[in-house]
Design a binder for this molecule. Structure first.
Ligand code: 4NP
Length: 161
């Protein structure tokens, strides 16, 4: 089983949406037996909470179920997940500090948009303080980046489904 963890700050907007989009895609591709996803936040702001209502609304508008409760990244995540994917620079920096502190200095942490063509180094923008249009924008960004990520995973692990 290949394990993928999507990480943002609060774990109520970007990463639960990424997880939901990813799950829908692997289901549609018929490869969900090979892959497992989860999401987490670098902060402890929203532990135990459902995703932001704008996240849920955006997912519903795209007919994607969201089923997650906020949780914070922990030590075992660095051991257990094959791919840990940060939504922005700040999440990436925090994860790169945490991995050292937790004893996994060699663990590679990925940036979500690095998988998308011509989007290297760009962030999935934090939509928390904006309006609903920000959620449509991150949906579009994630949908594309996750397609590219999945192509990479299929290639890396020789999944031909
Ligand atoms: P997320 O968005 O990191 O995409 O879940 C945020 C959610 C909450 C906060 C910031 C960003 N907050 O400051 O509470």
């Amino acid at each position: 089983m290949i394990k993928v963890l999507f990480v943002c700050l609060g774990n109520i907007c970007r990463s639960p949406l990424a997880e939901a989009i990813f799950d829908q895609k692997i289901k549609n591709l018929g490869i969900s037996t090979y892959l497992k996803s989860d999401s987490a936040g670098t902060s402890d702001f929203h532990i135990g909470e459902l995703p932001d209502e704008r996240t849920i609304k955006c997912a519903q508008a795209h007919s994607i179920p969201v089923n997650h409760r906020g949780r914070q990244v922990n030590r075992t995540d660095f051991r257990d997940f094959d791919y840990i994917i940060a939504m922005d620079d700040s999440n990436l920096r925090n994860l790169n500090n945490l991995k050292v502190r937790y004893g996994f200095p060699e663990k590679e942490i990925f940036l979500m948009r690095d998988f998308a063509m011509g989007e290297q180094g760009l962030s999935v923008p934090d939509p928390y303080y904006g309006g609903e249009d920000g959620f449509l924008e991150i949906y579009r960004i994630l949908d594309d980046a996750i397609d590219h990520f999945l192509n990479k995973v299929k290639e890396n692990h020789q999944i031909y489904a």
